[in-house]
Design a protein around this ligand. Structure first.
Ligand code: SF4
Length: 439
């Protein structure tokens, strides 16, 4: 134990970044490393950076400094979106040994081992020239019941507020063979739920030869024997096809949950964001889903305070939110991101205005969440148990309602699907009593 090399890891940003970290950690574990806490002294520090906001950059730099302070002779590997977009700035930070962008992560362990003390190497390529999905298996999943499966990277859309296409490059898809191989491995490890994820999931398959679609790969993944639930993480409204609707409506393993980023309910704002759909098209998709899939949970992301957003624009968003009856809204305040088109747009909104709109929208979102949750009172819910603590078990239904219920001492239900009678509800979820295990 004393001789094994210590790896300390931290990840900023999104679920895709977490998947990328897990796949690199898997390689370090295979090479005999052991993972220690990020606050501890380690031989190698791996920092997977985020650049989605200016704050993401700042936090990433902070983590690099923290690692160097903890052990000045450690090798520091910086990977991910900030490393990809500003590799020279990252390389200039004290203690950085290896800079890797959002490709070439399969070489990290080998390069770290080859580096001499004090040496530095950059593996950052021009991401716009990368055309293949970097196929890295990840077998190091956090949690015991739900595993993320990354099937796509990159984005071709260039929304005016977003830096991701510069950090991640063009859309690249994992081959169906590789997706299914990894899905089977995940099931064999005992996971009950797979979340299909990517940077722009709706583009899945278009770059493959022969081309395929998100609906087709989701159906194949959902058919993997032993899998209980397949969740599709996020799809833009104009990419929800008839096939996808049918799959979510009919396949018993596919969760009745769609996360569809709205961003704004005002067509003028959507146009300036370059979002490629109108509020009317968004509502058409919502109506089709509701008609097809009873009790579906539709969740969304909304950005308030985009440059030029008037009170009238914001009221349109509020109106659409009520009409769409989202079960959960993630509210973001627009933050000026250097290097994006929107950062140069006129009509930047003062922070107190953004704060005020954000509060009003959060309030509206909570009321809708509560209403959605209350509609299940008295019903029996199927819950996949994810956690147990101090006599309480917690999990989700397939339509993403958080369920809590008391359990007796000595009973371990984590990983089981159970029936729970819903007794109470609030905006955070529902509470109930255990009826029994399913199957
Ligand atoms: S779709 Fe838009 S917001 Fe999403 S990653 Fe691509 S550019 Fe960014």
């Amino acid at each position: 134990m004393g001789d094994t090399k210590r790896l300390a890891v931290t990840t900023l940003g999104c679920k895709v970044n977490q998947y990328d970290t897990d796949s690199v950690v898997t390689q370090f574990l295979d090479a005999g490393y052991r993972v220690v806490d990020f606050q501890a002294a380690a031989d190698v520090y791996l920092i997977n950076t985020c650049t989605v906001t200016n704050l993401g950059d700042r936090k990433s730099r902070q983590m690099i400094r923290r690692a160097h302070k903890k052990n000045p002779s450690a090798k520091i590997v910086v990977m991910g979106c900030m490393a990809q977009t500003t590799p020279e700035d990252v390389a200039a930070l004290e203690g950085v040994s290896l800079v890797v962008g959002t490709d070439g992560r399969g070489r990290i362990v080998e390069e770290v081992e080859a580096l001499e003390q004090g040496e530095q190497l950059s593996l950052v390529d021009n991401i716009f020239e990368v055309s293949d999905f970097e196929d890295l298996p990840s077998l190091d999943f956090s949690g015991r019941t739900r595993a993320t499966l990354k099937i796509q990277d990159g984005c071709d859309q260039f929304c005016t507020y977003c830096r991701v296409p510069f950090a991640r490059g063009p859309s690249r898809s994992r081959t169906p063979e590789s997706v299914l191989k990894q899905a089977k491995q995940i099931v064999a490890l005992g996971y009950k739920e797979i979340v299909l994820t990517g940077i722009h999931l709706g583009l899945y398959g278009a770059d493959l030869d022969p081309p395929t679609t998100l609906a087709a790969i989701s159906r194949k993944a959902a058919d993997v024997p032993g899998l209980r639930r397949l969740r599709i993480s996020s799809v833009d409204p104009h990419e929800i096809t008839e096939d996808l609707l049918e799959l979510v409506g009919d396949h018993p393993v596919v969760c009745r949950h769609m996360h569809i980023p709205l961003q704004s309910g005002s067509d003028a704002v959507l146009k300036r964001m370059k979002r490629n759909y109108s509020s009317g098209q968004f509502m058409d998709v919502v109506k089709s889903l509701r008609a097809r899939v009873p009790e579906i949970a539709i969740t969304t992301d909304i950005m308030v305070g985009f440059p030029g957003e008037t009170e009238e624009d914001f009221l349109k968003t509020l109106e659409l939110v009520r009409e769409a009856e989202f079960s959960k809204i993630h509210v973001f305040q627009y933050s000026k991101r250097s290097g994006t088109a929107a950062a140069r747009f006129p009509g930047q909104i003062p922070s107190r205005e953004k704060e005020d709109r954000s509060k009003r929208l959060i309030h509206a979102g909570e009321a809708l969440s509560e209403r959605f949750h209350c509609s299940f009172i008295g019903q029996i819910a199927d819950v996949l148990v994810e956690q147990q603590q101090e006599g309480q078990a917690h999990g989700h239904t397939d339509n993403y309602v958080k369920v809590s219920f008391p359990v007796s001492d000595g009973v371990d239900l984590v990983g089981e699907t159970v029936s729970v009678q819903v007794l109470k509800a609030d905006s955070a979820g529902v509470m109930g009593r255990l009826i029994g295990k399913k199957e």
